[in-house]
Each structure stands twice: as C-alpha cells, then as structure tokens.
Design a protein around this ligand. Structure first.
Ligand code: NAG
Ligand code: NAG
Ligand code: NAG
Ligand code: NAG
Ligand code: NAG
Ligand code: NAG
Ligand code: NAG
Ligand code: NAG
Ligand code: ZN
Length: 910
C-alpha cells in the first residue's frame, strides 16, 4: 500500500467518531448477502515490477434495506472514482467511505437506501504490490539451478482472513458465493485458478499479455478461493478414479521434478478413498497441486488449487527421514479430507475452526491406515496425540477448542496444534462411542444436509444424534449435544475414580477435573463421560459403545452391573481410550491389572492403547500423590515383556522428564534403573553397527529409532560402542553414508564419547552439507557434545547467521543440549546471556519451545528466579515466560513433594 493512501485513511478514521455512529461489531452486517463475484486480476511479474491490478463486480442481495455497504479490504489501493453501485435501473452514488482498521472493514455510505429483496452490482477497482508476507496475493521465487536466474511467481493464501488483502470482499466463511475468475498475465507464465480455463484472449493494450477466463467456481467461502501466476513445471498429469475422473496436475520448480513426490502419488488415491468413505462425490473436475517455494503454512486445501510448502517437504537427495515422509503423507491426507470438511461444509465462524480441522485430522489418520495399513501411521499419530493431550490439557489455563474469536489476530491464533489434536480426538471419541455404522451414517447425513452450506458444532451433534436414535445406540431421551458441548466448550479433562466393593460387586464412580502439579480439588467442572467397562474374563476391547454416562452436573454414581465381575478379576474403563479421560482404580483393581499384564499371555488381552494409558495415568497419579511411585514402578515392570512402541514411548517419555529434577547422586541411580528397564528391549533389536539404509523395514523404523536413541542415551549395554562403530564404518573418504534415519543417534554417541577431532569433523560436515534435513539432524547431534567451549562455537556460528535455516539449527542443538547432563548448565546460561538476540531472531512459538526446554531443566528455585529476572523486561518473552515459570513451579513442587517417594521407589529396583 502506498504512503498517500495510508495518510488519507488515518485522517478519515480520526474524523469519523464525531460524525457517525461507528459500526463496532466484529462481524459484517447481515443485511447484505453477496451472491456472485466477477474477479479480474492482472498480474505484473518481472524482475522490477511485482504487483497486481484488479477489479471486482459483486452481485449483492439486500436482505434488509440498508444505507451502506460494508465489506472487508486491507492493504489495497482502491480507486474510489471508479467505484460504482448499480441496481437494474439506476446508479446509486457513494457519499463517503469509512474504514475500520481493527476488523478491516471498508464501508461505502450511500446517497439512498438499498431496497429490501433487490439485487445490486458493486464494482470496485484496486491495486497493490505483491507482498512478501505469504498472505493474500503474495510473491515467491526460486533460482534456476543451471542459469542461476531468479524466477518470480505469485500465488494466493487467503485462509483465514487474507482474501481481503487481494480484493475487496465479504471475507467471512459464512458468506458463500460463486466466483468467475479472469486472470491477466504475460504469456511466459501459467495462470491457475480453482477451475479450468474456458478461453483466453490477447490483452487489450499490453503486448504479449493475455486474459484467461476460468469456469465458474461453485458456491464457496472467500478463504478457499485461489489463483496463481507462475512458470513452475508440471511433473505429471494424472486422472484419478473418482466418479468424474478428476484431473490432477503437479506444479513445482524444475529441481524437484525428479524427486519422489508424496502428494503426487497419494492425492488421487485419497480423493477416491474419501469419496467412498463419505459417499459424496467430489464436485470439481480438476485439481492443481502447487508446491510453492515459500508458504505461511504447511499446505492449504484451496478449491481446485491445493498448495504445499516446499520448505516442509522431505528431501530426497540421498537423505530421507521416514518421520518427515510420514508427516508429509499426513499433510496430504489432511488437505484432501478438507475437501469435504471445510470446503463443502464450512463452519459459520472461526470459533468453530475445530469443526474442519478436527475431522480432517482424524479422517486423515483413517485414510493413511486404510491406504497403507502395514505402516500403522494413523495409529501412531493417535498415540502421539493422546500423549500430548493428557499432558497439555492438564495445565491451569487450557482454552476450550471452540472459543470466541473476533479480530484477525485472534482468528489466526486459533490455528494451533492443540485445536487440531483435541478436535481429532473428539471426532475419534464420537466414532468409538457411536460405533462404525452409526458414526458414518451420521457423518454422511451431516455432509449431504449441509452441502455447500455452513454449520455450527450443534449441527454435527444433531446429525449424529439422529443417526444414533435411529439405530438405538443411545437412549431416546439422551441429549448428545449437551454431552458433547462439555468436551468442546471447556478445556481440561476429568479423572474418573472407580472404587469396587468386592463383597457386593457394586461400583462407585465419580469425576473431578485433573490438574498436573495440583492435589485433586473441588473444582466443579464436569463432563458427560461415556462409560464402557471391560472385565478380565471377557476382555473385549472392541466394545466401545457406552453402557451408561457419568452426568454433568456431577453426582457420584453407584452402580450394580447386571453381571457382577468376580472379585478376582480386573475391570478396565474406557477401552481403547476412546474418550479422553484418566481413570483411577482402587488399589486391589490396580494389582489385578498388574498381575494380568505380568503373567497372562498377551497381557490378558488388554489393548495396546490402554496399556499405554494405564502407565500414563498411574505416573500422573503418583505425581499428584494419589498413588506412590512404588505402585507406578510396579506397573512398569511389565514392560520387560512389552514389544509395542506405544506403551514404551509413553512410559519413557514421561519418566525422562523427571530426570533433570534429580540431584547428581539421584541421577546416577536413575540411570541404572533406566539401563535395567531398557536392556531386554535393546537386546531384542539387531545390533546398531549392522544397520544399513535398507536393513530396517519401513514399518519398524519408528520403534528401532526409539530403542536405539534411548539405549544410547542411557548407555545401555554396548549401544554407544555400536553407535561409534556404525559412524566410523560408514566414514568413506569424508563422505558419510550413514543410514539417515539413524544418523542422529550415531553422531550423538560419536560426539559424546569423542574429543575435539570428532567435534570438528561433525561441525565441518554441518557447514558443508547443502541438505536441509541432514543439517538439522547434525545440529541436533552437536548438542550431545561434552565440551561446552566447542559447542559455544557452534552456537555462535548459527546464532550469528542471517539465514533462517542456519539460525534455526541453533534452537535444535540447544534442545538436545538441555537434555544432556554435560551441557545443560552452561547452555542455560548461554540462553540467558543471549536472550536479547534470541528474542529478536525467533518467533514467539519458537521462543516458547526454547524457554519450556530451559524451564524443564531447572532444578532450584534460585535458577527459576534468575530466569524471571533476566527475561522479565524483554518484550519478546512476554508470552512465553509465564508458561516457563508455570512449568518451573510445577517442577519445584514435584521436587518438594514427590522426589523422595520417587527416589525410594527407584532405590528398591536397582
Ligand atoms: C517490467 O514491467 C513494467 C511494466 O509492467 C515495464 O515498465 C518494465 O520495463 C518491465 N521490466 C522488465 C525488466 O522487463
Ligand atoms: C451499515 O448498515 C448496517 C445495516 O443497516 C448497520 O447495522 C451498520 O451500522 C451500518 N454501518 C455503518 C458503518 O454505518
Ligand atoms: C526471493 O524470495 C525470498 C524469500 O521471500 C526473498 O527474501 C528474496 O528477496 C527474493 N529474491 C528476489 C530476487 O526477489
Ligand atoms: C460467469 O461465467 C459463466 C461462464 O463463462 C457465464 O455464463 C456467467 O454469465 C458468468 N456470470 C456472471 C455474473 O458474469
Ligand atoms: C519471457 O521469456 C523470454 C524468453 O525466455 C524472455 O526473454 C523475456 O524476458 C520474458 N519476459 C517476461 C516479461 O518475463
Ligand atoms: C475446596 O473447597 C474448600 C471449601 O469450600 C476451599 O477452602 C478450598 O480452597 C477448595 N480447594 C480447592 C483445591 O479448590
Ligand atoms: C504373577 O507373577 C508374580 C511374579 O512372578 C507372582 O508373584 C504372582 O503371584 C503371579 N500372579 C498370578 C495371578 O499368577
Ligand atoms: C496450557 O496449555 C494450553 C494448550 O496447549 C496452552 O494454550 C496454554 O498456554 C498452557 N498454559 C500454560 C500456563 O502453560
Ligand atoms: Zn487443516
């Protein structure tokens, strides 16, 4: 936006309050409904001129009479002389313009009323430069590998509130309209929009420029409209086997053409999968997938023009991390689930963002497991989300996933991992509690009822409730909406306590909110908790449809089961952890469970997810002194026989967090304990030195990675020696050809055991590699070094760099170092001494990660005090510091209240 316009706008704003009663609601008025947009955008894209000029004609229906037109516009230079408002028979003049900078409103005050039930044409002309902020219509570029020439391109990112930066529009998800897009550009480029081109013609005055009309786009929210002008290359044109044989094209810069592209392989399959799953055809005839060199998000599900962030793609240049590939596969699966959840059926407002992100995440997991079941990726993601959820959602200030948001900043802040993951777990809960048939029947009727329309979360509840009543899986008077609201309209989760009377066979159940680091209190929040019970003699963990519910407001339920479990068999609540709550049992029931895990074949039939959850629950209960660590460690003994990643990962990740809170002497004992715990598992895996790039089947990589990294961290058996052998044997004239998935583990031990020479070798390798993924792996290994002087050289080198990918490596290395005994203290000091520059260099989210990592490693109240003193006055830490201090406080409390219990229990087992 050019300077003069800005001054003009500011003057207007200052002038207004006294003259008009300013509109201050955050939503657009309901009086006008946009029906259709004709959008014409001319893009200039040479080395000296990167901007666009455009015009928009909006057909508007006046639902009420109104004397103004209010829509969104920001950063656009609007040519007011060319703005016009027309009805069929007359032109209506604009008397003045008003803007609201908080909500980006642009209001045209009119000389006369718009009549109710009449259609008007609003035409506006505007221009702006293509911005560098990856929002609205923005520019990006790539450098040709051979000619070294810079190629410019322009592409849109409208979600959530950036369409208004590209053209004036009613930029709220509930104002769905149809769109005719016409793009003008130089013939050197390809123009793309959501729909195919109908035809092109020469530009009226610019030589070698064309105007191309695109077919009308179906009724949609503005945030899903997209276009691009670029000279990327199409790697392949594919026809999918959807009902209308959707055509995919795959655009990317030339250097990516010979790489394996996960999106190219998966997208057509996914679209067909979802079409069958939802029993609703995909409505467009083509999809262009565009890999953009720079992108604000990982990907975006725009109609007919799905964009991906090139920086987040796994790199295939002989270096290739399975974890990244899994993540990218998930991204693709998520974007295509959005075509139904979000694109066809859209939330009314951003408070219900979870209504598109939760289902797209959850159905994305289902799709991954349906397309490649042997890789069990969806299952692992669910496991990870559960672990995250139970940890995060127990802090003092968790927001509800459905919450009020008003301005663009608040809307953008809704897009958190938390909303995605809890949203997904909420969908999973519905799936499990209604059962396969009812759930999908409800989902399908929801999608067809609201096809091309907008919804609130209540609409989803109602569709599912109807399906459930029809098939009688819930009682006729049950209110599913009320039950589900208790999970989405408040943060946190309950602990359900089950006490058995072993004489009468009756059960007592009650709920209370669970907070970490806090005694179970009398917090009155409550949830509708679906209850399914599994008993030892009938261990059916597939039976997830509840028999009854704990109600809210909460009462203590006494309950007599029809078939009383005998007093020597266990009961387990919540099969498959279908619902997100913790369970505590009486001591005897816990013992029965432990015996079964220890002695019965196949762990007494207890489901993998429940095994992980039993560990998580008991360790969490020990940390709030409801149980002793002695009991929790008794449960952990069963791990000796456990050969699934989920329970192992849950157990080890949780106790690893306690490790930094121990004194040096205690830490030694902790290490001995971990060695004993991990040894049988480690021994069941092949020797690390024999690993090659292809010796571990893809499906086994995650578990192998976990085992070797934990075993080497705690120096279990010969793990570190093996790691060194692996490193050295693959050294090939300075060329390292270590299997990429295990490189981090190998280098970490190599550095930890090595001296100056080894450090210089890996550091040199770090400086020379051009592969981004490998650089990140090397950076995080460098945090394993024992010598801080060396490590400091690395920190200074990366922190001093102006290249973002390089300075990011500083954070990665610090993260490792903060978890290693030798470097933790000096690294902590380094952070405090460089707080200012760190604050300037990194984003808020990155700083939060950094500070939480630091806070986790702090042992004494003095260290916490010091953290506070040094960072209090640096504004970039304003948001992250309270979170770090909160975590620090919880840890202090644990040291005071629980560490001796923990150490005693540990002492008995080494
Ligand atoms: C870029 O385009 C502008 C007008 O669109 C033109 O004046 C200028 O000469 C062009 N520059 C180059 C290097 O082609
Ligand atoms: C525009 O008109 C609507 C509906 O008549 C009214 O609610 C709103 O306050 C007006 N906006 C402004 C900025 O005057
Ligand atoms: C290319 O894009 C990057 C990242 O947005 C930007 O920093 C750089 O200035 C651009 N290069 C050119 C020549 O425009
Ligand atoms: C949109 O484009 C279609 C196809 O070119 C055309 O039939 C229709 O009239 C256009 N709509 C408007 C409002 O211009
Ligand atoms: C179009 O491509 C030709 C040939 O590569 C080149 O010489 C010319 O500068 C390009 N023009 C623009 C505007 O990109
Ligand atoms: C529980 O309630 C009592 C009395 O109402 C109150 O004093 C106490 O602070 C509450 N405890 C918690 C943890 O909320
Ligand atoms: C399970 O094994 C443990 C130790 O081997 C033993 O003490 C216990 O009695 C066994 N429990 C049952 C129910 O067999
Ligand atoms: C608690 O967790 C939520 C969700 O991750 C987060 O938004 C919030 O900032 C956390 N609060 C604290 C004090 O850490
Ligand atoms: Zn999404």
């Amino acid at each position: 936006m050019s300077q003069p316009t800005k001054c003009y706008l500011i003057l207007l704003i200052l002038a207004i309050p006294s003259t008009w009663a300013t509109y201050d609601h955050y939503r657009l008025p309901n009086s006008l409904e946009p029906l259709h947009y004709n959008l014409r955008i001319l893009t200039h894209l040479n080395s000296t001129d990167q901007r666009f000029e455009g015009s928009v004609k909006v057909e508007i229906l006046a639902k009420e009479s109104a004397k103004n037109i209010t829509l969104h516009s920001t950063n656009l230079k609007i040519d007011e002389d060319r703005t016009s408002v027309m009805s069929d028979h007359e032109k209506i003049s604009v008397t003045s313009i008003e803007t609201n900078e908080v909500y980006n409103f642009y209001t045209l005050h009119l000389s006369q009323q718009l009549e109710k039930n009449t259609i008007y044409q609003l035409e506006m002309h505007f221009e702006a430069s293509l911005n560098d902020s990856q929002s609205g219509y923005y520019k990006s570029n790539y450098t040709d590998a051979i000619t070294k020439e810079v190629h410019h391109l322009a592409v849109t990112q409208f979600s959530p509130t950036f369409a208004r930066q590209a053209f004036p529009c009613f930029d709220e998800p509930s104002w769905k309209s149809t769109f005719n897009v016409t793009l003008g550009y130089h013939k050197n480029y390809t123009g793309l929009s959501g729909t195919p081109i109908i035809g092109c013609q020469e530009h009226e005055s610019l030589e070698n420029y064309v105007w191309c009309d695109h077919e009308p786009l179906l009724r949609t929210s503005t945030y899903l409209v997209a276009y691009a002008v670029h000279d990327l290359r199409n790697a392949a044109t594919q026809e999918s086997s959807t009902h209308n044989g959707v055509i995919f094209r795959n655009w990317m810069e030339p250097k990516l053409l010979d790489q394996e592209m996960i999106s190219l392989d998966m997208a057509p399959k996914l679209l067909t999968f979802y079409e069958n799953l939802f029993q609703m055809d995909f409505p467009l005839v083509k999809i262009d997938q565009v890999t953009v060199p720079t992108h604000r998000f990982t990907a975006m599900e725009n109609w007919g023009l799905v964009t991906y962030n090139e920086e987040r793609l796994p790199q295939n240049t002989g270096y290739n991390l399975q974890e990244q590939k899994d993540q990218t596969s998930f991204t693709v699966a998520h974007e295509y689930a959005h075509q139904w959840f979000g694109n066809l059926v859209t939330m009314k407002w951003w408070n219900d963002l979870w209504l598109k992100e939760g289902p797209s995440t959850y159905f994305g997991y289902l799709a991954l497991d349906a397309l490649q079941p042997e890789l069990t990726r969806g299952e692992r993601f669910v496991d990870r989300d559960l672990a995250n959820f139970f940890d995060k959602d127990s802090n003092a200030t968790v927001p509800a996933i459905s919450k009020d948001v008003k301005d663009p900043k608040e809307i953008l802040a809704q897009f958190t991992e938390y909303v995605y993951q809890k949203g997904s777990l909420t969908m999973r809960m519905l799936h499990k509690l209604l059962g396969e048939e009812v759930f999908f029947q409800g989902i399908r009727s929801f999608l067809s009822r609201y096809y091309l329309r907008n919804v609130a979360q209540g609409d989803l509840w109602n569709s599912l409730q109807e399906a459930a009543l029809q098939k009688k899986v819930i009682p006729s008077n049950f209110n599913l909406s009320r039950a589900m609201d208790s999970w989405t309209l408040q943060g946190g989760y309950p602990l359900v306590t089950l006490n058995r009377n072993y004489e009468t066979g009756s059960l007592t159940l009650k709920q209370t909110r669970f907070f970490k680091g806090q005694e179970l209190g009398n917090d009155t929040s409550c949830w509708w908790v679906p209850l399914s019970l599994v008993r030892q003699t009938l261990p059916n963990f597939d039976q997830t449809i509840p028999k009854l519910w704990l109600e809210c407001p909460a009462v203590t339920e006494d309950l007599q089961l029809v078939e009383t479990p005998s007093s020597d068999e266990w009961i387990i609540l919540n099969p498959q952890v279908s619902t997100i709550f913790r369970v505590n049992y009486d001591e005897k029931n816990w013992r029965l469970i432990m015996n079964s895990l220890l002695n019965d074949t196949n762990f007494g039939g207890i489901h993998r997810l429940n095994r992980a959850q039993l560990i998580d629950d008991l360790l969490a209960l020990a940390a709030v002194q409801v149980h002793t660590y002695d009991t929790a460690f008794d449960l952990l003994t069963y791990l000796e026989k456990e050969r699934e990643l989920g329970p192992w990962q849950r157990a080890v990740n949780i106790i690893n967090k306690l490790r930094p809170l121990l004194d040096d002497e205690e830490a030694k004992r902790f290490k001995i304990y971990m060695q004993k715990l991990l040894l049988p598992l480690y021994k069941s895996f092949p020797k690390l030195s024999g690993i090659t790039g292809s010796s571990t089947a893809i499906k086994d990589i995650p578990f192998a990675h976990f085992v070797y990294s934990q075993a080497c961290r705690y120096h279990v058996d010969d793990c570190t020696d093996q790691a060194k052998i692996l490193t050295i044997s693959h050294r090939n004239g300075g060329n390292h050809e270590l299997p990429s998935n295990f490189q981090q583990i190998a280098y970490c031990s190599f550095l930890e055991e090595g001296s100056e020479t080894e450090f210089q070798e890996v550091f040199g390798h770090f400086q020379n590699t051009t592969n981004e993924s490998q650089r990140r792996v090397l950076a995080s290994s460098l945090g394993c070094s024992r010598n801080f002087k060396n490590f400091e050289k690395f920190l200074n080198y990366t922190l001093g760099s102006n290249e973002k990918p390089l300075s990011d490596c500083c954070l990665l290395a610090v993260k490792t170092a903060l978890r290693r005994d030798h470097l933790v203290t000096p690294t902590g000091n380094y952070i405090l001494n460089h707080a200012k520059i760190l604050g300037e260099k990194f984003k808020k989210k990155e700083l939060t990660g950094l500070l939480l990592g630091l806070a986790e490693s702090l042992r004494s109240p003095e260290e916490l005090e010091q953290l506070k003193d040094q960072l209090e006055d640096i504004k970039q830490f304003k948001e992250s510091l309270p979170k770090a201090l909160y975590l620090g406080k919880i840890n202090q409390k644990w040291r005071k209240d629980c560490s001796s219990d923990f150490i005693t229990a540990l002492g008995k087992r080494i």
